[in-house]
Design a protein. Sequence first.
Length: 165
Amino acid sequence: MPKGRPPDPTRKRRGTGNRPQAGEAKRVKQEVVIQNLDLVPTEAFPPPADLPVAVHEVWRAAVADLGGANYMRESYVPTLFAYCQAVYIHTQASANIAQYGVLVKGNNGPMANPLIRIQKDAAASMLRLAETLGLTPAARIRVGLMEVTGMSLLAGLNSVLDKGK
């Protein structure tokens, strides 16, 4: 096996072999220096500023479940915002129910904590919005079935068109 650099065809035509001609610049190795800039990756859909900080992770998890920037659309933002607000209200109501109990002191004696209704409404809103966004297993199955139905409909149309030829 020959040693050295493989022959350069352009230099071979000139008859100079591997040696550069007079005045031809030599290749200089350039060293690349990468500076540590501590770059923070930007989010395609960051949590809105008016969303409580306590549910920012819920926002990020939902965006990730929606496929990040691939399937997340700008039109989903209001629904996702309402979902996160419902999660926040449910969390606050649950914490207060745990602190004060299911029964609280009323004018006519013990009564059901009014926060139970708020918690229940927030849970219903969460479920409805999660279904709308496709964040629940049932919603994902439904979307998958709709895709399968669409594909089978498309296959049926293609077979009818093929028979017509």
